[in-house]
Design a protein around this ligand. Structure first.
Ligand code: DX5
Ligand code: ZN
Length: 219
């Protein structure tokens, strides 16, 4: 089970220290939410943030691109230190070309689906990706409530990956609280984006948040 800590929920006034605490807490990856104000109604970070943080940690950078036409920016995020580049199926007209470009850059490709996007959008794509991200909230903001219909969607995808014997990481993102994470793990998720309702829960240390999340997904 992989825990990917969402840095948009971190203490941005002391990001270096916060990352050191996350490493100490044993998280596996760092999750960067990149928003362009078009694909989603919010703006966050660019490649410069990754470039500045790359020397600070060895942890893999898991980059969630909530931007239109991601093909235009792949090389800049890769140069800045991205290890995984996850693009939204809804934001990209040339998915195969995009996954191939990500591989050519030496990074791992992933595809993300909004809650309302059917799993059939993955048809003809699964040979080309290492990870599928199922959004469990509408992308754009932290601190939202889980959309319940996404839990059976996780189970459906997990069953499909099992039947097709695919070694693909099933990532979930959005209100991955301790309680919801347990349900998501039982449904078949294997990678958990930890945000404001788990690792970054106010009043808990990063260590306590990560330990409780890991227990919740252990089942
Ligand atoms: C939302 C982002 C998430 C977000 C998670 O669009 O993709 O990664 O930061 O935050 P919580 O866990 O608070 O929903
Ligand atoms: Zn995200």
């Amino acid at each position: 089970m992989i825990i990917s800590a969402s840095l948009m929920c971190a203490d941005l006034t002391r990001l270096g220290e916060d990352i050191a605490e996350l490493e100490q807490a044993g998280v596996d990856w760092l999750h960067f939410d990149i928003m362009d104000g078009h694909f989603v109604p919010n703006l966050t970070f660019g490649p410069d943030l990754l470039r500045n943080l790359r020397p600070v940690t060895e942890l893999p950078f898991d980059v969630h691109l909530m931007i239109e036409e991601p093909l235009r920016y792949l090389d800049r995020f890769r140069e800045a230190g991205a290890d995984l580049l996850v693009v939204h199926a809804e934001a990209c007209g040339h998915l195969q070309r995009t996954f191939a470009a990500i591989r050519d850059l030496g990074a791992q490709p992933g595809v993300a689906l909004n809650p309302s996007t059917p799993l059939s959008a993955l048809d003809h794509l699964l040979d080309d990706v290492d990870l599928v991200l199922l959004m469990t909230v509408n992308p754009g903001y932290a601190g939202q409530q889980l959309i319940p219909a996404t839990i059976p969607k996780i189970a459906q995808l997990a069953e499909r990956l099992r039947q097709e014997r695919r070694e693909i990481i099933l990532q979930v993102d959005g209100n991955v609280s301790f309680e919801n994470a347990a349900q998501m793990a039982a449904a078949g998720a294997t990678c958990f984006v930890a945000g404001s309702s788990s690792v970054f829960t106010p009043g808990l240390t990063r260590e306590e948040g990560a330990r409780r999340l890991r227990e919740a997904v252990k089942g």
